[in-house]
Every structure is written in C-alpha cells, then in structure tokens.
Design a protein around this ligand. Sequence first.
Ligand SMILES: Nc1ncnc2c1ncn2[C@@H]1O[C@H](COP(=O)(O)OP(=O)(O)O)[C@@H](O)[C@H]1O
Ligand SMILES: [Mg+2]
Length: 155
Amino acid sequence: MTINSQDTHNFNISDKFQDIAPFGEVVGYGAERVVFAAASDPKHFVVKVCIGDTDAINIQEYSNYSMLRWNFSKWVAPCRLLEHEGRQLLIMDRTYPTEPCNYPQHIPQLFLDIKKHNWGMLRSSVVCHDYHKVKKTTSWKKGGMRYVDWQTMPR
Ligand SMILES: Nc1ncnc2c1ncn2[C@@H]1O[C@H](COP(=O)(O)OP(=O)(O)O)[C@@H](O)[C@H]1O
Ligand SMILES: [Mg+2]
C-alpha cells in the first residue's frame, strides 16, 4: 500500500487503513508518518504508520527505544513494533499536548529533532514521542544535557 504525503492532510485517510488495522481517529501527522488513536484503547495508545512504501522510520524508532529504555525511559514514550499484513506499525503510548511551560528546560543531548510537536504529556511528565533521529556517535549513557528555550522553538 502506498500513501502519499497529500493524504496526510486528508482526515479521511483512516478509510484507507480499514483493511489493515482497526484504527481510530487521526491524532496527528508529520512529514513522514500519520498517527491514529488505537481503536482498542484510544486513550492510551496510538498507531504510527509511515507514509510511502518504506517503514524504516518506525523500525528505527523501535530500535532506538530498545536502547533508550535502559537509561532514558523517563524521556521517551514507550513503543512496540507490530507487523501487520506486511507493514511495520509502531504502537506507542499516547501523549497529550501541553503548554511549553510544562516542558523540561534541559533535555538529553541525544535528541536531534527538537520541535514542540515531537513532545507531549504522558502521565505526569513531558516526553519525546518522535525519536527516530537521535545522536548515535556518543555513548547512550553520556552526552550530557542541553538547555532548550521552548518558547522560541519551532512547532
Ligand atoms: N505517542 C503519541 N501520542 C500522541 N500523539 C502523537 C504521538 N506520536 C505522534 N503524535 C502526533 O502525531 C504527529 C506526527 O508524529 P511524529 O512521530 O512526529 O511523525 P513524523 O516522524 O512524521 O514527524 C506528532 O506531531 C503528534 O502530533
Ligand atoms: Mg515529528
């Protein structure tokens, strides 16, 4: 199945997936993925589907999570990879939008794609839900923290 980027701006996109998974409403879209509430538990989980033919970004994000979960679990929304009819779907804990004043002022250096929309509230803390781009050159454990001025960050 091929999905083009124009489709991501069409909220009827979910119709295209009825045949492959029980998705709920669209909760967001980025340049590379469209994100649905999971029909089975829409409050707590989302399903992330790559736009286009390759699922490499979902696979990369899951691979990053399998490393980050040991020392950086408080910074990321947990995810699992689900193969479904030839597609690699990412099932991730659902986060919720919040004010920039709730965001952490310092975050680990390893995050490379820093945008407000890549973070959201999960239980009582703000975590990253788009971490397919992370710094690999430094050790996962080291690398330090950086200050982020969220007010001036792009959406
Ligand atoms: N775990 C999540 N919970 C709630 N909304 C999410 C989650 N992951 C992504 N989203 C929403 O979907 C949008 C696109 O997802 P994202 O992972 O950023 O895709 P892309 O890799 O294409 O940028 C996000 O900006 C956000 O609004
Ligand atoms: Mg994003």
